[in-house]
Design a protein around this ligand. Structure first.
Ligand code: PXP
Length: 257
């Protein structure tokens, strides 16, 4: 089992609890409560809580963000679109981290990464304002050198690489996506960026991603909440945590052998 204090091999798990709110909102009312899920996630081994406040508030609400910020001990990572409204909310709550994601109202989930290269002029003041307030800013991008270079130019200390295409692909196509992510993680680390990854990960796909030595954090949500229906949230998070630890132990074993 890897050690949380060993930053060279420990891979943090950010648990995204958006879909606890999705289920709550299906009926209105307060059940199931994302805050309760956040407390359970902390006990099960999460290193952080991630929540996406969407423009249409389809899952997390402003009240959820306020409660999460005030009542959980784990670091809060706020996923947000690069809009004036979201910037104001981020500056008001000052989460530990903020991940800027592209957002389209009609999409079911975040499809594709942010165009950090093409959006420099729009993104620069948003990244700057959050950095000035001590929020650790990350950009959710595709595994693409151009986007990694753009993150450096924007002064973002962290990037999160989109793993959706890797998870959706099968056979050789998945292998090719994995290589792209491996190369991007290595290049990002060379540039001095902290590199995270996430989207679509499940028990079957997490291992190969967790083995990428440059990655410092994975953010995982939908699969964990879905799996919790069958075995409970505690069990789904613990299993994910253990698959990540196992993958990491294998790579650090290879490196020290
Ligand atoms: N990382 C980012 C930036 C995301 O937007 C999402 C989805 O909200 C995730 C990770 C988690 O993806 P999933 O819910 O598919 O695990």
């Amino acid at each position: 089992m890897s050690n949380k204090n060993d930053f060279t091999s420990y891979l943090r798990l950010g648990v995204n609890i958006d879909h606890v709110a999705t289920i709550r909102n299906a009926r209105g009312g307060n059940h199931p409560d994302p805050l309760r899920a956040a407390h359970m996630a902390a006990k099960a081994g999460a290193d952080g809580i991630t929540a996406h406040l969407r423009e249409d508030r389809r899952h997390m609400t402003d009240g959820d963000i306020e409660r999460l910020r005030g009542e959980i001990d784990l670091p809060l990572n706020l996923e947000m679109a690069a809009t004036d409204e979201m910037l104001e909310i981020a500056l008001k709550h000052s989460p530990n981290a903020a991940c800027i994601v592209p957002e389209k109202r009609e999409e079911r989930t975040t499809e594709g990464g942010l165009d950090a290269a093409g959006g420099h002029t729009h993104l620069a003041p948003i990244v700057g304002a959050m950095r000035d307030q001590g929020i650790r800013v990350s950009l959710f991008i595709e595994a693409d050198r151009k986007q990694l270079d753009a993150a450096v130019l924007l002064g973002a200390p962290v990037v999160e690489i989109h793993t959706g295409a890797y998870c959706d692909a099968v056979g050789p196509a998945r292998e090719a996506e994995l290589v792209r992510i491996q190369e991007a993680a290595a290049y990002g680390a060379e540039l001095g960026l902290e590199v995270h990854a996430g989207h679509g990960l499940g028990f079957d796909t997490v291992g190969a991603i967790a083995e990428i030595p440059q990655l410092a954090e994975l953010n995982i949500g939908h699969f964990l909440i879905g799996e919790a229906i069958f075995g409970g949230l505690d069990s789904s998070i613990k299993r994910m945590r253990s698959l990540m630890d196992k993958a990491r132990a294998e790579v650090s074993g290879e490196r020290t052998a």
